[in-house]
Design a protein around this ligand. Structure first.
Ligand SMILES: *[C@@H]1O[C@H](CO)[C@@H](O)[C@H](O)[C@H]1NC(C)=O
Ligand SMILES: *[C@@H]1O[C@H](CO)[C@@H](O)[C@H](O)[C@H]1NC(C)=O
Ligand SMILES: *[C@@H]1O[C@H](CO)[C@@H](O)[C@H](O)[C@H]1NC(C)=O
Length: 479
């Protein structure tokens, strides 16, 4: 157990080489605000073993033109003694000082002092290699290589019309055609419901302010169902992949949006989910908790199973849409429960909706034990998840779920270990920097496959930056 404990701590603190449990450790991308420019910056603080969160104070002093600059901050206290500090600059600051204090004494290398820190709105892209290096993500994710391997060379001059013909089915399919040229983004969408293009626009615009994106051309599927089949095998980017399709997966719109808008419009994100749980493992209720709509017949089956073992489950449907006629049988529908409250329970069930349940990143982040239904659908990170290490696998028909929950109840130490490893996985793979890195690599690798010239088409519109702010970009960085 001791060895395991050390292993967990070391993997978790991936940014620093040596952990001294007798010291306060402070680390993370938010401590390099000049190099890592993002909408909300964040870093971690791990207190000494005996210290409690109460004495910890983190505060910023920022100046612009001799006055305070506008910053929003947030300290998230995880239940295991690790804290996450987040801050969002609403404008660039001439000077920024980060103070991390315990019992009124500076800890770590505090105070951290910086000059000239850019807000995320600054348009100061640097070359891709330098950027990947600064963000500490030089290695291309395996999943991207695997998805792209299905396509040898992409010649859009011969594939473009075919792709549009195959997927232009207004009413059922919505796709957007993007071209990135000279770090500007152009697109044309096809289909009736194209609102979700904003998630793609926003991440591309955000990236293009940070890094010079390779010229490239691609299609994005705005719907949940994968589209690229054996009979219509076209390279198309999708939120969700499946074993019998060839879509190139990218992080879901949900995860993408919370990466860009955490501490802004979005309250549930990969950082808040760690800090807003109500209790640590030992105090969580040893039952499986689940809420969701009726988007899959196994979700109804879960209700059946729970009725035979009410001591093990607290599960309810929150909405009837797909099986309206079954509301009498499987209702009454329950009120919406905040995802943060899911973690009042030790066990969480991840069960497909129409496709993969996009809540899995958050379930991992909350530190409860996940029972994941076997599924042909996947998100961009599933290949890296290991059964019985990061989650407990369950059969598609849920027939072994009850037995496995019983196992967890009588093997609490093992169950806790897997729950912790699941959370560590989330911290190491699914935080905002990881999502930015994934998209950059994806665009980069995709561009390498394309052999046709990248030419903006007449019928495309330019996707423009929302706000233009003037920033004195550090040109010397590119040398
Ligand atoms: C930590 O707490 C334990 C028990 O409460 C105590 O014996 C030990 O001396 C403390 N260590 C430090 C460094 O304060
Ligand atoms: C805080 O500092 C004071 C004065 O240095 C000391 O007496 C006290 O024990 C400290 N409290 C904690 C919780 O470390
Ligand atoms: C199930 O969970 C809900 C939400 O946390 C709670 O209000 C309710 O009392 C729970 N039901 C049982 C039977 O424990």
């Amino acid at each position: 157990m001791r060895i395991l404990h050390i292993f967990i701590i070391c993997t978790y603190l991936k940014f620093i080489a040596n952990i001294d449990e007798n010291e306060v450790n402070v680390w993370g991308p938010g401590l390099r605000p000049q190099e890592i420019i993002m909408p909300t910056r964040y870093f971690f603080i791990k207190l000494k073993k005996n210290q409690t969160n109460n004495e910890l104070k983190v505060f910023l002093q920022g100046n612009k033109n001799g006055r305070l600059c506008r910053i929003r901050t947030n300290l998230l206290k995880r239940r295991d003694g690790t804290c996450i500090f987040r801050y969002k600059l609403y404008e660039s600051c001439d000077i920024l000082q980060i103070n991390v204090m315990y019992n009124d004494t500076h800890v770590g290398k505090s105070p951290y002092k910086y000059d000239s820190i850019f807000a995320d709105e600054c348009n100061c892209p640097i070359d891709m290699n330098s950027w990947l290096h600064k963000w500490e993500c030089p290695i291309v994710p395996e999943k991207i290589l695997k998805d792209l391997k299905e396509f040898n060379e992409i010649d859009w001059n011969s594939l473009r019309e075919q792709t549009i013909n195959a997927f232009d089915k207004p009413g059922s399919i919505s796709v957007c055609h993007y071209i990135i040229k000279n770090n500007l983004i152009y697109r044309r969408c096809y289909g009736k419901y194209t609102g979700f293009k904003m998630f793609v626009d926003n991440i591309l615009l955000s990236l293009s302010r940070k890094v010079i994106l390779s010229d490239t051309e691609f299609f994005v599927n705005l719907g949940d169902w994968p589209l690229s089949s054996q009979t219509a095998k076209y390279p198309i980017l999708s939120w969700c992949g499946s074993k019998d399709s060839f879509d190139i997966v990218m992080p879901t719109y949900d995860l993408t949006e919370s990466t860009l808008e955490n501490l802004g419009r979005v309250t549930l994100d990969m950082l808040s989910v760690q800090g807003n749980v109500n209790m640590e493992w030992k105090d969580r209720i040893p039952k499986a908790f689940w809420r969701g709509r009726d988007s899959n017949k196994e979700r109804l089956k879960l209700i059946d199973i729970s009725r035979q073992h009410s001591d093990l489950y607290n599960v309810s449907l929150t909405n009837f849409f797909f099986f309206r006629d079954k509301e009498k049988e499987y209702g009454p529908k329950a009120d919406h429960v905040s995802l943060f409250s899911f973690f009042d329970y030790k066990y969480q069930i991840n069960i497909d909706g129409t496709v993969a349940a996009y809540r899995l990143p958050y379930l991992l982040g909350g530190g409860s034990l996940i029972f994941k239904q076997h599924s042909p659908y996947y998100e961009h990170f599933y290949d890296d998840l290991i059964a019985n290490v990061h989650y407990i696998p369950i059969k598609r028909d849920l027939s072994d779920l009850t037995e496995k929950i019983k196992w967890a109840i009588s093997n609490d130490k093992e169950a806790y270990k897997i729950a912790v490893q699941g959370q560590i996985f989330a911290v190491n793979h699914l935080l905002p920097t990881d999502i930015f890195c994934y998209y950059s690599h994806l665009i980069n690798e995709l561009s390498k496959k394309i052999i046709s010239p990248i030419i903006v088409l007449d019928d495309m519109e330019l996707v423009e930056q929302d706000t233009i702010v003037h920033c004195e970009c550090r040109i010397k960085d590119e040398l």
